[in-house]
Design a protein around this ligand. Structure first.
Ligand SMILES: [Zn+2]
Length: 252
């Protein structure tokens, strides 16, 4: 059974002692990285025990740095510290351009070929990956990952979206953003926030509509009350709800 390892959970920038969003799905001895925000590369390398041949691929939802900043460091580790010269990368083209531009000498060697279309299907070692676009400030793809007949869906960043509910249908685990900017004292939820990000309650609605087996909340705005987000999600989704935490390992 695959295991979802949580590398980081913060939206925007890392809270002290935490990292921005990143995860690694493991089956047997292979790992698939899903997003690599600030501070996630160290924990990923620890999981891999420094052996980058165990990394079957990387999926990045979008080009905001809280989801892709450590892709730059990964490229350096691949080029300068391993014999691996290419790792499949499923991501919007802007992700590859951004990372390659930040490190034109080394980055381009291993990540310039990265691309994904709005509805692409790819395989990375034992993982099957399909993507679907979601509403966000920039091009964002949710991913649906299959391994050992189990299914993980990661939303990336998104607003409420009926297409996403269909895309996530029946997943064993839905790893959903729960930015919950509405919790902020000084942030009045404007139209863009409502269109492009979810609250805990809306993450629960998505999980309920998609009839998933387990909802895992992540992508919390720094300073938010994560347990409050969980309680709000439990009002709209009747299945199990887990708050993602750095270092957690969750069975898929
Ligand atoms: Zn984000």
């Amino acid at each position: 059974m695959p295991t979802l390892h949580v590398l980081g959970t913060c939206a925007g920038w890392p809270e002290p002692g935490r990292a921005c969003c990143g995860y690694a799905l493991r089956t047997s001895d292979s790992y698939l990285a899903v997003d690599l925000g600030h501070g996630t590369l160290g924990p990923l390398l620890q999981l891999l025990d420094g052996n980058l041949t165990r990394l079957a691929g990387v999926v990045v939802s979008h080009a905001h740095p809280d989801h892709c900043a450590d892709l730059i460091g990964l490229a350096r580790a691949l080029v300068l510290g391993s014999s691996v010269r290419h790792v499949p990368l499923v991501a919007p083209p802007r992700v590859a351009r951004t990372a390659a531009a930040a490190d034109p000498e080394d980055g381009e060697q291993v990540i310039a070929e990265a691309s994904a279309t709005p509805e692409s299907a790819a395989s990375a070692g034992p993982f099957g990956v399909t993507t679907s676009p979601t509403p966000h400030y920039v091009e964002n793809y949710a991913c649906r990952v299959q391994a050992d007949d189990r299914v993980l869906v990661h939303t990336g960043d998104t607003g409420p979206d009926e297409r996403l509910a269909r895309f996530a249908s029946g997943a064993d685990v839905l790893l959903s953003e729960s930015t919950d900017r509405a919790q902020e004292q000084h942030h009045s939820a404007d139209a863009d926030t409502r269109r492009y990000l979810l609250t805990g309650s809306q993450a629960g609605e998505l999980a309920m509509s998609a009839q998933v087996g387990h909802l895992v909340l992540t992508h919390f705005w720094p300073g938010n009350d994560r347990d409050l987000s969980r309680r709000e999600a439990q009002k709209t989704y009747r299945g199990p709800v887990t708050v993602a935490d750095e270092g957690a390992a969750i069975e898929v």
